[in-house]
Write a new protein. Structure first.
Length: 117
């Protein structure tokens, strides 16, 4: 038997379950459309205006910057755990990492990416 056969079987079963869990609920659901279900849900509050205009993307830029720098900051934990084993090489690599991260941070700061206008 091929040593990769269990992996293939696992992937096949996972794919079948993913397809089944995506299709079966749509087929089994009761379909009773009405006006209330078609409205935008605003936490129980009636919508007061139409949102068809331009939407400011400033919030999303700040959110993406937060996620990027947060993920980069999360890279410090594995390094701190293995710091003793990595020795000088690990320290130099982390210094390079922090310098590159600092350059990116300074660039975003200089371009005004952190200002909420």
């Amino acid at each position: 038997m091929n040593p990769y056969a269990p992996v293939g079987i696992f992937l096949g079963v996972a794919f079948l379950f993913a397809v089944a869990f995506s299709i079966v609920p749509g087929l089994a659901a009761k379909k009773k459309p009405n006006d209330t279900k078609a409205e935008a849900y605003e936490c129980g509050v009636e919508p007061t205006s139409d949102v068809s205009g331009r939407f400011p993307v400033r919030f999303y830029i700040v959110a993406m910057l937060f996620v990027i720098f947060d993920v980069e900051a999360a890279s410090f934990y594995p390094w701190a755990v293995q710091m003793h084993a990595l020795r000088t090489f690990g320290l130099l690599e982390m210094i390079v990492f922090v310098v590159v991260l600092g350059i990116g941070y300074a660039y975003v700061w200089r371009k005004g990416g952190f200002q909420w206008r």
